[in-house]
Ligand binder design. Structure first.
Ligand code: FMN
Length: 201
């Protein structure tokens, strides 16, 4: 299924076509393709080129780690995410490696890396669905994540599936139109709350 964004200004097709499905096909994702997604994340910009991200990957054929990742998701998410062929935890390093000072951009940078991963996935006919709905303490314990690293998001990756495979409530959400705030609400110039003339012109 496709749910292209209906944009007010033209954007690249990759951006229009990226979306977050909950229905996934059970078709496995070849390891070389997965590697390309993480390669895309690798080339994200980051503060001081710190690259403060790590990804813990579990493919469905690795039953033990797949179950371990599933077990850290909230029930709402594990219900649909269990059908995806790949589960991932995105983790951010909260301190600068060199001097141990706090890196206040770590979450920002990890999100940027995951955004690139998502676009690479879209280019390859794959879908990515990020989730805040997981238990970070459980994830830390299950995967022995060090104290200086913070689990920030769980992620499903796979080929999009048939919305009919979802329970009714999720199916309705799957096919509902995608919505966004207007640009006038968040592109400002001069002072806070003043819509930029770039937009309002
Ligand atoms: C950081 C983050 C956390 C999210 N958490 C969840 C989640 O726990 N469960 C879920 O079903 N979707 C989750 N989503 C997906 C969003 O609901 C989705 O991106 C948003 O509705 C926009 O839809 P789109 O990605 O299809 O454009 C999350 C997305 C992001 C980026």
């Amino acid at each position: 299924m496709h749910k292209p964004a209906s944009t007010d200004f033209p954007v690249h097709d990759l951006i229009r076509h990226r979306w977050s499905p909950r229905a996934f096909s059970d078709k496995p994702v070849p390891p070389a393709i997965l590697a390309s997604l993480f390669e895309a994340a690798r080339w994200a910009p980051s503060s001081s080129n710190e690259q403060p991200w790590a990804y813990i990957v579990a493919t469905k054929d690795d039953a033990e780690n797949f179950a371990k990742t599933l077990s850290v998701l909230v029930e709402f998410n594990s219900g649909w995410a269990r059908h995806a062929p790949v589960l991932v935890l995105a983790v951010a390093e909260l301190k600068f490696h060199a001097n141990g000072n706090p890196n206040r951009n770590a979450l920002y940078d990890t999100g940027a890396a995951t955004a690139l991963l998502s676009l690479e996935a879209t280019a390859r006919g794959l879908a990515v669905h990020q989730m805040a709905g997981f238990d970070p303490a459980k994830a830390r314990h299950a995967f022995e994540i060090p104290d200086d690293w913070e689990p920030v998001a769980a992620i499903t990756i796979g080929y999009p599936g048939d919305p009919q495979s979802l329970p009714e409530k999720l199916r309705d959400r799957e096919v509902a139109p995608r919505t966004r705030k207007p640009l006038t609400e968040f592109v400002m110039s001069g002072h806070w709350g003043h819509t930029s003339p770039i937009i309002s012109r």
